[in-house]
Design a protein around this ligand. Sequence first.
Ligand code: NDP
Length: 241
Amino acid sequence: TTRSLDGTVVAITGASAGIGAASVYSLVDAGARVAVSARREDRLAKIVSDLGEDKVVPVVGDVRDPGLNDALVKAAVDKWGRLDTMVANAGIGAYGGILDLDDDTLTEMVETNYLGTVWSVRSAVKQFRAQDGGGDIIVVSSVAGFRGGADEAVYAGTKHAQVGLAGSLDRELRAEGIRVTLICPAGTATEFAIGAGRTEGSPDLDAYLRPEDVAHTIRVVLEQPRSVRTTVWQLWSTEQQ
Ligand code: NDP
């Protein structure tokens, strides 16, 4: 049987665009209340105006800041009294040969994709323990979390790091009723994919997953009854070679 998400309280990082934004719309449609974070205030404000202040609360800031992640959880708890789910989704991708990316870009990628995930997961676990226990953590990694590729060594490294983090936390936290699930999409048609050198409307991008496909999978994961842990999902477009 499917678990209802009506009234569940979710926090999503990187919610201003792409997979994160699509997840907000999908989960609110399923009855959830969502606290959202990202740096672009105008994008978050648009989501709030689309869905309503009773359904969405925005927290503007940088996921690399541990305090931002605590503030995101606090916003959910202040407004709705608890937190049921953290979706650690914020991420960036810079592609290029190992000598081609500058130090600042590499550092930003590691800090955003890996440390940002650590901070958001940690903020959620603190809150799960402070309430009646249990909860869901969704980590948006990638198929690059399982196989590397030319010109994506450091990006794939951050995605592998998320896989190691989530797999370990699944073992560490399952006895508390905390489920940790990895969502690992292949190419998805977002600003991220466009920024990675593909142009909008190209055959390549048309063959990609849609952000709504990934959002739907996150919803399906959360709708599993509490007696089921699904742990790892890989998603591929049937069109993509
Ligand atoms: P988008 O670029 O569309 O969205 C990325 C989101 O992350 C934005 O909301 C952005 O918000 C946020 N973000 C980035 N850096 C920071 C930061 N320092 N602080 C706070 N928020 C930040 O990308 P996607 O939706 O495609 O990516 C989401 C996740 O999916 C990433 O982890 C990515 O690695 C993963 N993924 C993507 C794939 C793809 O092909 N698109 C494939 C596999 C995995 P803002 O800029 O407003 O801060």
